[in-house]
Design a binder for this molecule. Structure first.
Ligand code: CP
Length: 313
């Protein structure tokens, strides 16, 4: 069955059925990626523009790899080498790119709502690769894929998302998506870095780390977004690390099979100690691997594919 959505702008409002379908197809693509030649012809002839107005390592490279693995034609756009540096507007940029006959646009931008704005300017399918403080839906999908592959289910699992929640589009997308999938999500951080209207996310928030970590199956640390802080959001890096950073001592009090996750990039020694990030509970690099499969699934399903059986050719 086709997805109910035409674009992937966020996980707010995306149905359980659509999320399950994306994760099932992503599992099939995970098998494709294990092959000697990890390429399928499913998006041959489709052109995908990667429109990145903000820096990225994981998201940008994994979208481009996903497009290549699907035999699509990726085109990369970066602000510094484009006519944006000459003052061209976003609307003119997308209209000109569309005039060259494209099928899909993957967009990352510092302003919330840009992916939606693009749906009003072009007939191409739009995929949000992160918009301001709003959403980062493919990150949340790859996070759920990683958890599901480890536990065999999502429903009923407790996930503590810890850190700079206020600035985190990853936390928002995970809160929406995980709640839809029946998971128990708790958001934890210093009061100044918690959302101003937490009720809109529909999950509990707390500044009590012990409460958040109690009986957690998964702990997801978030990067302290030092570039987006206004002054006074926390007293000092040292105090932040002591209260909210995860080190071996705090890890020793968690469940034996707890998963440690981080969307990257990591501030090593601030939100996460290196020996925890690189330790046996960490699935951080598996998240990155699964990101390619999830992005293949999203592009495939929004690009016209309908089900798992079409994947493995
Ligand atoms: N997780 C994530 O979005 O990383 P990048 O900023 O490197 O893409």
């Amino acid at each position: 069955m086709a997805l109910r959505i035409r674009h992937l702008l966020g996980l707010d409002g995306v149905s359980r059925e659509d999320i399950v379908q994306i994760l099932d197809v992503a599992d099939s693509f995970h098998e494709v990626l294990e092959r000697e030649i990890p390429v399928v012809p499913t998006l041959r002839g489709k052109t995908v523009v990667n429109l990145f107005y903000e820096s990225s390592t994981r998201t940008r490279i994994s979208f481009e790899l996903a497009e290549k693995r699907l035999s699509a034609s990726p085109v990369n756009f970066s602000v510094s080498t484009s006519s944006v540096s000459k003052g061209e507007t976003l609307r003119d940029t997308i209209k000109n790119i569309e005039a060259m006959k494209i099928d899909m646009v993957v967009v990352r931008h510092g302003a919330a709502g840009v992916p939606y704005f693009l749906t009003q300017c072009t007939d191409a399918v739009i995929v949000n690769a992160g918009d301001g403080l709003h959403e980062h839906p493919t990150q949340a999908l790859l996070d759920m894929m990683t958890i599901r592959r480890k536990f065999g289910r999502l429903e009923g699992l407790k996930v503590a998302i810890v850190g700079d929640i206020f600035h985190s589009r990853v936390a928002r997308s995970n809160a929406w998506g995980m709640k839809t999938m029946g998971m128990k999500v708790v958001l934890c951080g210093p009061p100044t870095l918690l959302p101003q209207h937490p009720e809109s996310l529909g999950v509990p928030v707390t500044d009590d780390l012990d409460e958040a970590l109690g009986k957690a199956d998964v702990v997801m640390l978030l990067r302290l977004q030092l570039e987006r802080q206004s002054s006074g959001t926390f007293p000092s890096i040292r105090e932040y690390r002591e209260r909210f950073g995860l080190d071996l001592e705090k890890l020793s009090k968690l469940q034996d099979n707890v998963l440690i996750m981080h969307p990257g990039p990591i501030n090593r020694g601030i939100e996460l100690a290196s020996n925890v990030a690189d330790g046996p509970h960490s699935v951080i690099l598996e998240q990155v691997t699964n990101g390619v499969a999830v992005r293949m699934a999203v592009l495939f399903l929004l690009g016209g594919g309908e089900n798992e059986k079409e994947v493995v050719i």
